[in-house]
Design a protein around this ligand. Sequence first.
Ligand SMILES: Cc1ncc(COP(=O)(O)O)c(C=O)c1O
Length: 488
Amino acid sequence: MIYNRGTKEASVLLFKQVYDYLLERIQRGEWKEGEKLPSIRALSAELHVHRLTVFKAYQLLKKNSKVYVKDKQGYYVRSTVSESVHPRQDPIIRGFVQGSSLSEIRDVKADYTFSIALLDPNLLPNHYFSEYVKKVFDLYPKVLGTYSTIQGDEELREALSHYFTEKHRFYLSSDELLVTSGSQEAIDLIARVIVKPRDIVLLERPTYSPAIDVFTRQGARILPVEIHRQGYDLEEVERLMKQYKPRLFYLNPTFHNPTGYTVPAEQRKKLVELAQKYRCLLIEDDPYRDIYFDKEPPLPMFAYDTSGYVIYVRSFSKYVAPGLGIAVVACRPAVMKELLRAKSLSDSGTPLLNQKIFLRYFFSERLQQHLAKLRIALAVRKEIMEQELTDTGCSWESPSGGFNLWVRLPGHVHLETLLEASTASSITFVPGCICDPLKEYRSWIRISYSFLNEQQIREGMSRFKGLFRQNVAASALAFMLPNRDNKA
Ligand SMILES: Cc1ncc(COP(=O)(O)O)c(C=O)c1O
């Protein structure tokens, strides 16, 4: 559930938020076809909103054929089986229209997949991987015959604790590290052990969209915190912490996805102080730290934390053999105990083979050489994409690391029309509203330069720009449509 704090549009947005919340629960199958939804009275009590707000949300569900009214008894979930397949059933367009669905968009097959924030597999030293895999089998002949411990391989955790201490000034033991199968799993585990229904959670706006889904699924009430090139408005963050006492603030402060922004060091220290003062956990998600083009980013917030208010999540799947899916969580013992319990319910530990291969490869000289080349290759791709975007009327801030450009579309381009045309032209990108807890940002898109090679970027962008020109014709329509976000 997302709350937009007392703004002018609050009442309008609130019924839309209730609508989104109900729709999400229907789509998750919480209420099956033909089942009755809670009464208006019950729902308004549960959500602490006015009955009229729930009524308006139900009316919208009815209008959009999600529910029907039976014998004046209440609202029932409508069957979706007989609905004809409309172009809007395309996942990328549905994602735009209905809300967050990044994973669906990622799975769309296209010639030019600017929606994928993953590394081009051709940039990885694939031949060398096989050497390391062989090494691992020689060193640990029984590796496939054993489970890892739930917390993760001791040898790997030891090595990572030294690495973090040397590199980021973290002072922790291997017991304060948990190996997970990617940071997505880590975020999910953290949400499950820390967030209870109706807890307030602060999320950056925009943000990594699956995080919106994970915290919403826990029943959290979400408050957005705008992220800018210079970081956050800390006075606003303090006001929110003081007034709403959020349980946690999920942040991606280094080469942020989708914007590419990096929060400066002074803000990081101050945020940790605020977290301690208002007892709000900071979940620091840091998968892009090593993908910098010029200079290293500031230290993680975890380095400034002396009271256990920061939980640090570091994925290595962005560049160290993404297929291994290795991430690590650093946190203090009380949280660790809960995370271990949750992880033991979802699996028997991240596969040991993956951990051992990762260990041998990550700490090899080869990786460091590879990383230096990778940074150059990505910087070149980013520049090509930026060159292609000049003269389109788009605007963006050039990121100094990460995989994405966060692009504001020119006024005449209407996003939904562009999405339909792009899908037809085999081009994918991420519509900004998917990254927005408030589902606005309809004049923004995220395009990734990490997955396609230089030539593909040139070709794809040239095709994409052609769509912009065609879109001029749709401009009249665009201005007639409500909800176009020109504020963001
Ligand atoms: C900010 C952020 N967090 C988490 C993830 C998920 O990472 P992993 O592949 O390790 O699950 C991503 C992937 O795009 C991301 O951008």
